[in-house]
Design a protein around this ligand. Structure first.
Ligand SMILES: [Zn+2]
Length: 138
């Protein structure tokens, strides 16, 4: 279970990551911070590309940073976006996230890092395409 202190810490890390957003086209700065089951935190921000197709969301940057460091089990991810609305991962990011934990908690915050809500990936993706679809039950 993730306590309030950890949620606040993750949201703050996501806000910090958003400050490094490379988003000259959308001007939509997003930050993410993923918590592994081992207790490590990896930050990500959206990185746009003039080709548009090369653009990557903050959530996937955070996941790839974690996986590239050998982390495969994720506990939670905090996501913050511009303004005062909830920020949740896009469908592509939800697919990437569920590869590493269908019960991962997704914590949503505003651009100040204020807690706006939370959902599990299971709630965000009710009929998921998971590794077990290809590999069978693990
Ligand atoms: Zn995304």
């Amino acid at each position: 279970m993730i306590d309030t202190e950890m949620k606040t810490k993750l949201l703050a890390a996501a806000v910090k990551a958003a400050k490094n957003s490379y988003s000259p086209y959308s001007h939509f700065a997003v930050g993410a911070a993923i918590l592994t089951k081992g207790g490590n935190i990896y930050q990500g921000t959206n990185i746009e590309n003039v080709s548009y197709g090369g653009t990557v969301c903050a959530e996937r940057v955070a996941v790839w940073k974690a996986v590239s460091e050998g982390e495969l089990e994720m506990e939670a991810i905090a996501v913050v976006g511009p303004g005062t609305k909830e920020a949740y991962p896009c469908a592509m990011c939800r697919q990437v996230l569920l590869e590493f934990g269908l019960d991962m908690l997704v914590i949503s915050g505003d651009e100040q890092g204020n807690y706006m809500g939370e959902r599990t990936l299971r709630e965000l993706v009710p009929f998921p395409f998971t590794p077990s679809a290809l590999l069978g039950e693990q």
